[in-house]
Structure formats: C-alpha cells, structure tokens
Design a protein around this ligand. Structure first.
Ligand code: SF4
Length: 332
C-alpha cells in the first residue's frame, strides 16, 4: 500500500498540527510522518560571521520577554498604536499569523512599520503563502532592515483559515526555511509542540532544525512547568543546544478566553482559563495568571525567555496590547 502524502509536501515533518490521535491536520488519513524515523538534516549548520546577534546575547544574559503583537489586520494605525503601547515594556514583538485573517501586510513591511516605532521585531515567516523565491526576498529585506530575529514556521494549511480558496504553497518547510534564514545572516528561531504526535520524537526533530540553522526554540503551550521541563530536558539530552522561549497564554477578558478555547490542541495548566473567566476582574486575574505562569516557566533550566501569546477578540487589540505591556513590565 502507498503511504499517504503530506498535504504540506514537507520533507522534515511532521508539522505541529498532528491531531492527538495521530490524524493529519488537513487530510482524512494519519500523518504521513508517524511511521517514519526522524528525517536528518544533511550537512553542517551555516556559521555566521561577525558578532553575536543582540537578542541571542540578551537570552544568555537575562530572561527575555517577547510578546505577540495584537493588531487589526491591514491597519497601519492599529499596528503602530499597539507597538507604541508595548514599546520599552517587552524586549521584542513577534509578528506572526493573524488568528482571523490570512491576508496581512507583507512581513518585511510590517517589520519596518513596527521597528520604526522603536520596538525590536522578531518577524514570523511561514511557508504557506510564498514560494522559496519570495521567501528569500523577504529574508533579504528583513536582513537589510536589521530585524532582531526571524521565526520560521511551516504554517497552517490554507484549508484551516479564512481563505480556503487560496492555493497552499509549501515550497519549503520550517527546517529548510531555518537554513535559508541563517544563510541570510539572521538570528533564527523555530517552534516545537512538545505533545504533538509523535511526542517522543519531537526533541529529535528540534535537533535537526538546530543543525539546519535554528538558534532559539519557541516551545508551544506545553501544559505547565513540569511538561515544559520534561520537553526541554529531553531536547537538551538529545543535543538541541539552544535557549528555549516558552509560550505563555494571555487572556484578559471573556472574548480572549473564548478565542483561546477554540484552539483544541492548546495545553494549559488545569483551571488556567476558568480562573480568569470566573474572576470578578478578569483583566487583573489574567495579568496575574500570566505573570505567575511566566515566572514558573522561567525557573525551568534551559528556559531563557517567554513569549506572551494571546488572541485579541475583535475590537480589543489596544487593550490586549496594554495588558501585554503590563505583564512585560512585571517580568523585566
Ligand atoms: S499532519 Fe502535517 S506533517 Fe503530517 S501529513 Fe498532515 S500536514 Fe503533513
């Protein structure tokens, strides 16, 4: 029998979207990579001439706070307002996918707008919307802009977003994009989902991403400090010599709690969202919960930073950015 094909045409799979029962994020069959051994990256990591990037040096010196920047898609004003709110409160902002809108300003344009407000940018780049030529152009522009870092992901399939009419590209995958970004001279991060099947092989997949060029790993919502420590320990033992940045879910109102609940694969400490939802002052409770979880994550050996990640309900982008700034100030 022929093995099912990966709808993202990945070489270095599996992606982070494998369901808990091992089924594919997109197609009605098991993930194509489940029966396969971890795909090895051929060759050695590209070395970067010159001094260590600022954010990498900072990760070695003290805990670093990154925040997903909420903003209305395709709105320069919203992007700039939200950047101003978090300026000097966090070390960098991660500009990734929008929860509800696949169409966004091009990555390098968004990075330029935010950087112009004095906020260091950790730019997200996915393989869904651009082929390798377009991605190489974005990487060149990001390097020219001098962004802090680039976060390389394969990306969700177009079938799962608000533009299922768009053709998915997936000319590269996250591992290959990490290599291209490193070759462009950028500081490179990748993500890994500790509990994503096959969970026991996720640490080894990270090792291959690091061999390709990744220097930082963002750990998706792991469940809690114990689960995070287990993954970081396993990845370190496997040879992933990178600092880890743990994702911290931020919810400060019933709308953002509801948005987070829509992510079925999200793992959070027991009662985390219920505690915020049931509080008399959800904003205050959400900020306190995020600060406590971030501090617990930062106490895990190998974890050098946190990424404050929340999904702003429509109309709450600025208030969410203000909450992220408050959390950032409490942590730095
Ligand atoms: S779950 Fe992801 S990696 Fe696995 S077959 Fe589907 S798209 Fe490919």
């Amino acid at each position: 029998m022929t093995a099912p094909a990966c709808p993202k045409a990945m070489t270095y799979g599996p992606c982070g979207g494998v369901a808990e029962d091992g089924s594919c994020e997109v197609a009605p069959h098991p993930c194509a990579f489940l029966p396969l051994p971890t795909v090895r990256w051929p060759g050695d990591r590209v070395t970067r001439p010159g001094p260590e990037p600022r954010l990498l040096a900072l990760l070695r010196q003290r805990p670093v706070v990154v925040a997903d920047l909420p903003a209305v898609a395709l709105s320069r004003g919203s992007l700039e307002r939200c950047a101003d709110l978090v300026a000097a409160r966090v070390d960098a902002v991660l500009l990734g996918d929008h929860a509800a809108a696949r169409v966004q300003f091009p990555p390098a344009y968004r990075a330029a707008l935010v950087q112009a407000r004095g906020v260091p940018v950790w730019q997200g780049l996915n393989c869904r919307d651009r082929n390798r030529v377009a991605l190489e152009g974005e990487l060149a522009a990001l390097a020219d802009l001098g962004v802090g870092a680039v976060h390389c992901v394969t990306g969700d399939h177009t079938a799962t977003g608000d533009r299922p009419d768009a053709q998915p590209v997936f000319d590269l995958d996250s591992t290959q994009l990490a290599a291209a970004a490193r070759a462009a001279g950028l500081l490179v991060s990748v993500g890994e989902t500790p509990h994503g099947p096959p969970a026991q092989r996720r640490p080894h997949r990270l090792v291959e991403k690091a061999r390709a060029g990744a220097e930082v790993c963002f750990v998706d919502h792991a469940g809690g400090p114990a689960e995070l420590a287990e993954f970081v320990g396993a990845a370190t033992d496997a040879g992933a010599d990178v600092p880890f940045v743990a994702c911290v879910a931020v919810a400060t109102d019933p709308g953002s709690v509801a948005e987070l609940r829509r992510f079925t694969g999200l793992r959070l400490p027991a009662g985390y969202l219920a505690g915020i939802e049931g509080a008399r002052d959800p904003r205050r409770a959400g900020v306190a919960a995020a600060v406590a979880l971030a501090e617990a994550y930062l106490a895990v050996p190998g974890v050098r930073g946190v990424d404050l990640s929340g999904v702003a309900a429509p109309g709450t982008e600025a208030t969410t950015a203000a909450a992220l700034a408050e959390i950032g100030r409490a942590l730095t």
